[in-house]
Design a protein around this ligand. Sequence first.
Ligand code: ATP
Ligand code: MG
Length: 408
Amino acid sequence: MQITNIPKEFKKAIPVIQKLNHAGFEAYFVGGSVRDCILNLPIHDVDIATSAFPAEIKAVFDKTIDVGIEHGTVLVLHQEESYEITTFRTESTYQDYRRPDHVDFVRSLEEDLKRRDFTINALALDPTGRVIDLFNGLEDLEQRRLKAVGVAEERFHEDALRMMRGLRFVAQLGFDLEEKTQVAIMNNAFLLSKISVERICIEFEKMLLGQDVKRAFQLFIATHCYRYCPGLTNKKTELMEIVPQLTHHIDDLTVAWCLILDQLLIEKKQHKAFLKAWKLSNQRIQEVELLFQALERVKQDTLTVLDYYSLNETCLKQLAKIATFYGIHLSETDLLQAYRSLPIHSLKDLAINGNDLMQALNRKGGAWLKETLQHCERQVLQNEVPNEREPLLDEALEFVKSSDKASN
Ligand code: ATP
Ligand code: MG
């Protein structure tokens, strides 16, 4: 196959390949960018593979950075862009189902393409636009089929993460799993227990954000991969119930995790532990918990002014998205407008603070102070008292008096 209309991302990098060629080495575009170019999808990172060994790559270019020299990867800076250039390599004997014991640099493109995961990821493109297709990747692209390079069973045995990568490519590209590849995933799913949660999570999240998450999720269950993921081992029934819910594309990970918590009927007090087991960041966990709380309120009835106050704009945007999965229409614009029209957005915005109260009432700090500020906050939010110093101090005085009376 000859690509006639070479995308600009590749065109910009052609001089890099030519420089290697002039020094006597082979060099090609490889990996996801070649696949995405043929599929007419946007290209993210342009990866280059070469017969030059790392020291040889460094000798060819002026500006290089060692990013993974032991794996044969050198970063080359060229006209404001950076390119990962990796020496052709083979990966020999995998003893722990996840990492090759060592990599060997080789001079043969074929050897390099052979160790790649799927045929559609094992294409190479030369600077003239000629596609090198040693494993029938072009036909698989045409047939929209994800097929392991070589013997699928062996490939997943070498590196179990490839199974999760497979499911995420199904989700991202909407491809089918070739039959033997699917059977091999099912037979080897248990090997995912050897893979770190962080690496599984990266692929799982990419799967959740894929256009065809529904199909991938079905396969995630059918191939038993779910059994080796945190908190999902005994959740087959609940996972199956998620599938018909996946009617819309999810473009936000907080929305995705919140849906999962809800659909899996995970007890509220277990939420944090579940998300932590997936090694999510504390910030993500907080966002998911806040969204879950907002979703519960929406499912019960409408949001009150106090609910709005406890949320933020990011959460409200996510709320509008997640509501669609429950057949509830919430307009993002309306939600944001309601939020923006709140008289205050945090205690900092209140026209009085703790010091003002202690001075005006001539009292030392204590539990009363927090309670009084919270009372004033509520009064302002409910438009009972304007957010101004004098009316608020009067309100506070009344509140303290009646609290004192009540406790006497
Ligand atoms: P993306 O568009 O998400 O970057 P990609 O296919 O480029 O997809 P990368 O993780 O960037 O995925 O990997 C680049 C290439 O390296 C892949 O296309 C594939 O050829 C090879 N590769 C990556 N991970 C593996 C793996 N675990 N086993 C075999 N080959 C792999
Ligand atoms: Mg890539």
